[in-house]
Structure formats: structure tokens, C-alpha cells
Ligand binder design. Structure first.
Ligand code: FE
Length: 360
């Protein structure tokens, strides 16, 4: 990080570091940032109370701490939760608004500049404007963000991911892969986002065997972090689709880690969209070194050590909640609530529907 020291001064001289309570310390990122700020004589305070899947209440408190401290710079360190929370804190530090008004995506006063230090390789939040927060009122997660919530700088160092447990490494890698896949199959995909998505999916393909074998060395970690940055750049252009829309319920209600939720839905997402995106889906399967969607589904379940089990009532609730998310409109195939019920049931290993042909 030392070569980048001079880059921080133009952004502020009173920094609030926004992080969770453990991982930033364990991986060494927090110490590195503190050391850098001391060298630069930038005053700082640490707010380390960001929860997993942070709520509006959580970021509201962070915004108040930033305001009371008089911060003019926000540094997020961590996985998706602290980085996304840092964006909300940057807005709330200078805008006296109710946290719900974050979703207006237009703020009277420009958010404080944000610097992001990712410690997982999944979210890509360091290169997106999105802040995904838990909406207890809507029983799901929902994102806000505009051009001013893009981090001004990101320090991307795979050493900070070295201490991650196997499952976290895998789940976050699958989240990043899901960003590349959903961006590639998004209605808003475009040549530049497709190039980035193909590169990201190809890297995931190279990492799949080492991930399956739990042979995750620093070379693989570097590839994964690069992939997650590329995939973040993809969704910054395209947004996500129904995989994230439905996955959010699995996380909110069943506590399924975000990337795992996406991964377990992906086989049926491919099947559902296959008629409308044959070439692209064939390309995805090929890029990860496999030949059929079914083979992909089997591999991903082995990788994630899990499968989805839901009651009919859960399927129905999650489908209706996912339909209310913007990501439903972004899917390459038009979706109805009935379609989402079908996809979720298929993902649970149940249900066929006569009007949708199985993919060979
Ligand atoms: Fe995600």
C-alpha cells in the first residue's frame, strides 16, 4: 500500500474507517490503513459495528458517528457488508435524512468521498456504486446508489483474503461469478460489459478445480480478487437479475450466505432463460470448462456442499418478494411470479411445468 500513500490526501483529512468487528483486523488491512493514515497525519476514528447484511438502523448509527466526528472521508474495509455500509454512511454523514430516503438515490449534499479496501473476493463493491442493505420493512435486501457513491479509490490486495475460511472463499467466489453471469445475461448487457464478464467467467473456470479440491493458494486468491473486481465492473453497467432477486430471500429468511444462495439458483436460471439466450449460456458453460447445464448444476452443488429445501409457502413468499425487486425487470426473459415459483421449485428438485421444455 505504501506507493499509494500520496493518493489519499486530496480526498480528506478526517477519516472514519467503517468495518466489521473482526475480519479487517485479522487480515491486517485495518492495521495497514491506520498506519497509512498516521503517516499522512490524517485524523481517524474506527467504527467497527457493521453487521453482516447491514440494516438501515445499522448504517444510520454509522452515519451519526461520522457526522459527530466531523469526518470528511469514509474508508470501508471488509467484505460486501462493510463496503456497502460505508457508502450509506458517506451519504448519511452529511445529509440529515431518514435512512429510507437513501432509496431516493438523490441527495441534497454530495456524499463524502469513499475509499474501499475489499477483504473478500466476491462483492465487487469496491468498483460499484451499489450499497445493498437489509430492508426489515420489506423483508429483503435492496440496493441504492448513484454516481457519487462509487468509491474514489480501491486498494485491492489479495493478501487480505488469505485468512478467509474455505467456505467463505467459495461462497464469495460464486457471488462474483454470479455477477459476471447475470450481467452477461442482463437486458442491459453491452459489448464492454460482455468483454469484462467473459474475462471474469474464464478466470472462474480456471479457479473451479482448485476450489473444488480446496487447493487455494495465493495465485488463486489473486485470480479470484481480480475476477470479483471485473464482475463488479460488469454489474456497475448492467445490474443483477432474478438470481440475486430470489437469492436475497434465501439470505434474509434462511440465513443462506449470499453467494451460495445465488449459486444454488443458477442451474434453474440457465434452464429458464435457455430459449432466449442459448449462445450466451452455452458460452458460459464452455468458459467454466463444462459441457451441459446439468453438469454445471452438479458441480456447483458439490462446490457449495448444499442444496435448497423450501416449503410451498416459502416458495410463494420468496417469489412475490423477488417480483418486487428491480432485478426482475432486468432479466433477459420476461418473468412472472409464476415463473419464479417454477424456478424455485425446480431449484428444490421439485416440479415440472408443461409449457417450459427441459434443456437437453
Ligand atoms: Fe452479489
Amino acid at each position: 500500500m505504501s506507493e499509494n500513500i500520496i493518493e489519499l490526501r486530496p480526498y480528506g483529512n478526517k477519516a472514519l474507517i467503517v468495518t466489521g468487528n473482526a475480519s479487517a483486523r485479522l487480515c491486517g488491512a485495518l492495521e495497514d490503513v491506520k498506519e497509512m493514515l498516521k503517516k499522512l497525519e490524517i485524523e481517524y476514528r474506527v467504527y467497527d459495528k457493521i453487521e453482516n447484511n447491514p440494516s438501515l438502523e445499522n448504517v444510520s448509527e454509522g452515519g451519526k458517528v461520522a457526522h459527530d466526528f466531523g469526518a470528511d472521508l469514509i474508508i470501508g474495509i471488509g467484505g460486501g457488508s462493510p463496503l456497502d455500509a460505508a457508502k450509506a454512511v458517506a451519504v448519511l454523514a452529511v445529509n440529515e435524512i431518514a435512512p429510507l430516503e437513501l432509496y431516493n438515490n438523490s441527495f441534497g449534499i454530495k456524499p463524502l468521498p469513499i475509499i474501499a479496501v475489499p477483504t473478500t473476493a466476491g462483492t465487487g463493491s469496491e468498483v460499484t456504486p451499489y450499497s445493498v442493505l437489509t430492508r426489515k420493512d420489506l423483508q429483503t435486501k435492496m440496493s441504492f446508489g448513484n454516481v457519487d457513491t462509487f468509491p474514489k479509490l480501491a486498494f485491492i490486495d489479495p493478501r487480505y483474503t488469505a485468512s478467509l475460511a474455505r467456505d467463505t472463499t467459495v461462497n464469495t467466489a460464486v457471488d462474483a461469478f454470479s455477477h459476471a453471469v447475470e450481467g452477461y445475461l442482463s437486458r442491459r448487457s453491452m459489448p464492454v460489459s460482455d468483454i469484462l464478464a467473459v474475462e471474469a467467467m474464464q478466470i472462474f473456470g480456471k479457479c473451479l478445480k482448485p476450489l473444488l479440491e480446496n487447493n487455494i493458494d495465493m495465485d488463486i486468491r489473486e485470480k479470484l480478487l481480480y475476477m470479483s473486481m471485473l464482475a463488479g465492473m460488469v454489474i456497475a453497467h448492467t445490474g443483477t437479475t432474478i438470481v440475486h432477486g430470489m437469492g436475497n430471500s434465501l439470505t434474509y429468511f434462511k440465513n443462506v450466505p449470499h453467494g451460495k444462495a445465488n449459486g444454488l439458483l443458477m442451474e434453474e436460471y440457465f434452464n429458464f432463460n435457455y430459449e432466449n439466450a442459448k449462445d450466451k449460456i452455452d458460452t458460459i458453460i464452455h468458459l467454466v470448462g463444462l459441457t451441459t447445464i446439468r453438469e454445471f448444476g452438479e458441480k456447483i452443488r458439490i462446490l457449495l456442499h448444499d442444496r435448497i429445501v423450501l416449503t410451498d409457502a416459502e416458495v410463494s413468499l420468496y417469489s412475490s418478494l423477488a417480483m418486487k425487486q428491480r432485478s426482475a425487470l432486468n432479466n433477459i426473459t420476461n418473468v412472472t411470479e409464476e415463473d419464479l415459483v417454477y424456478i424455485l421449485k425446480r431449484a428444490c428438485g421439485q416440479n415440472q411445468r408443461a409449457d417450459i421444455k427441459p434443456v437437453p
